[in-house]
Structures are given as structure tokens and as C-alpha cells.
Ligand binder design. Structure first.
Ligand SMILES: O=C(NCc1ccccc1)Nc1ccc2c(c1)[B-](O)(O)OC2
Ligand SMILES: [Zn+2]
Length: 258
């Protein structure tokens, strides 16, 4: 099979052929249905401590654009539903070709124009790859932020300004060392949905503690247009790089808010 993608001939409906777990019982994304979630007063805020990076790349890997520091950058995530410390690995985006689609998770069936994933791995493992393969839903902790069109996002501007430099698949640039990743995050990481799920792209491993924030981040229309100028490995606009929602089966979605 041609490498996986989001086109008619290699999109989500085909992924099960190489990754049978695609039809598993803990797949992501899902539709977050407010009438079916359960408030959990034990869910505390999360703490993300992101340290400045000396050498980080921003790259087009053919199916997303991704910020990736060199391994061992000392940034970490704790708290919320997490029992141990998680190390930061990378962040990347999913978006649509217009403002009515683009996010992977949905809220009561509503899609946002884009979704930002901050990926972290369980520090009791020797590496990210081991964490993915560690079995069970505690290998990775992924923070999901919906993006909506509004004011320019100054914290994301250094990243969206680099997009024209990684327009084509397989290209990358070095990110200026004064890039402040912490500034992207809201001051307090409260009000989130959390559930056990999977990677939303092959290998679709069911190793993720998902933490999806209720409050969207804003980006300007110009910043959204920058994403829509990115080209995928088939030479087409990358927009539409989102997987449709998967069945919840017998999982519970908990919220840190009432
Ligand atoms: O890291 C990925 N692949 C490369 C890989 C390397 C080593 C072992 C397995 C996989 N994928 C991936 C990681 C995290 C997330 C997603 C995809 B996402 O669902 O898009 O948002 C969260
Ligand atoms: Zn993602």
C-alpha cells in the first residue's frame, strides 16, 4: 500500500490493512459528548515546565508540520490524571481546508478549524519509542488544544512564520533558540476532558492518555492560511490531515470541570 495519508486511496478507511488496531476498542480521536462525560473532582490542574531549546527543528513530515527539539531537552509534564512525570517529545498540528473542519476531536459533533497536539512520553521508559510500545494507556500523554480563528496568536507566530520554509514534504528548518514554547500554553491548564486512547495516525498504538482542553486557543485568519499553504507528500494541500471520530466502546470520558 502506498504510504498512509488522508487521500481517497490511502486515507483512514485504509489504515486497518497495515494496522489492524485501527478497529480496536481504544482508538482516537473521539467525539466528546458533554451529556456523556463525568466530572472527576480528583482531576487537578496539569503542570507543564518547558525549558528553552538549544537546537529544535520545525519540519514537514508529509502529513503534518512538527516542532521537534533534540532528545533530552528537560521539558516535562506532571499532574492532572498523570501518575508520573512525562517528557516533552514534539508538537504538531491537524487542520482543514476551510474553517468548518480540521480538528480531530469534536465537541458535541462540532469540529474546530485545527487542533494542536503536545506529545509527551512516560519518563519511566528509556525512550519515546519504548513508551509507545510499553502497552496500556500510560505510554504517552498528549495535550490537545482546539484552534479557532480570531486574534493573532503571538506565541505561535514564530512557528507559523516558519511555515513557508517547510512548504514541501521532507523539508525542515532550525527554530530560533529564543522561541518560548511555554507561552503557547494558557497560564493555567485546567478545564479538560481526559480519556484513554491511541495515536490518531499509524501505527495507531493504544498508548495515549488524552487530555483535551475545553477552551480553544485563537489564531488569526492569516495564521490559518499559512497552514493551508503546506503541501503533503502527494504534492497536494495538506489540509484535511485529521482522522474522523472513532467509537467510544466502553470507555469513560472524565472532565476536570463541572
Ligand atoms: O510519533 C508518531 N509516529 C512516529 C513513531 C515513532 C516511534 C514509534 C511509533 C511511532 N506518531 C504520533 C505520536 C503522537 C501523537 C500522534 C502521532 B497524533 O495522534 O497525531 O497526536 C499524538
Ligand atoms: Zn496529532
Amino acid at each position: 500500500m502506498a504510504p498512509w495519508g488522508y487521500e481517497k486511496d490511502n486515507g483512514p478507511a485504509h489504515w486497518h490493512k497495515d494496522c489492524p488496531i485501527a478497529n480496536g476498542k481504544n482508538q482516537s480521536p473521539i467525539d466528546l459528548i458533554n451529556g456523556e462525560v463525568k466530572y472527576d473532582s480528583g482531576l487537578k490542574p496539569l503542570t507543564a515546565k518547558y525549558v528553552p531549546f538549544s537546537d529544535a527543528k520545525f519540519l514537514n513530515n508529509g502529513h503534518s508540520v512538527q516542532f521537534q527539539p533534540s532528545a533530552g531537552n528537560g521539558s516535562e509534564l506532571t499532574g492532572g490524571p498523570l501518575a508520573v512525570k512525562y517528557n516533552f517529545e514534539q508538537f504538531h498540528f491537524h487542520w482543514g481546508n476551510n474553517d468548518t473542519e480540521g480538528s480531530e476531536h469534536r465537541v458535541d459533533g462540532k469540529m474546530y478549524p485545527a487542533e494542536l497536539h503536545f506529545v509527551h512520553w512516560n519518563s519511566t521508559n528509556p525512550s519515546f519509542k519504548d513508551a509507545v510500545g510499553s502497552g496500556g494507556p500510560n505510554g504517552l500523554a498528549v495535550l490537545g488544544f482546539f484552534l479557532k480563528v480570531g486574534a493573532e496568536n503571538a506565541a505561535l507566530k514564530p512557528i507559523t512564520d516558519l511555515i513557508p520554509k517547510v512548504k514541501d514534504a521532507g523539508t525542515s528548518v532550525t527554530v530560533p533558540s529564543n522561541f518560548d514554547m511555554q507561552a503557547i500554553l494558557p497560564a493555567t491548564l485546567t478545564d479538560y476532558y481526559t480519556y484513554d486512547g491511541s495515536l490518531t495516525t499509524p501505527p495507531l498504538a493504544e498508548c495515549v492518555k488524552w487530555i483535551v482542553f475545553k477552551q480553544p486557543l485563537e489564531v488569526s485568519a492569516a495564521q490559518m492560511e499559512a497552514f493551508r499553504s503546506v503541501i503533503n507528500r502527494d504534492g497536494k494541500p495538506m489540509g484535511g490531515n485529521y482522522r474522523p471520530p472513532c467509537p467510544l466502546h466502553d470507555r469513560a470520558v472524565k472532565t476536570s470541570f463541572k
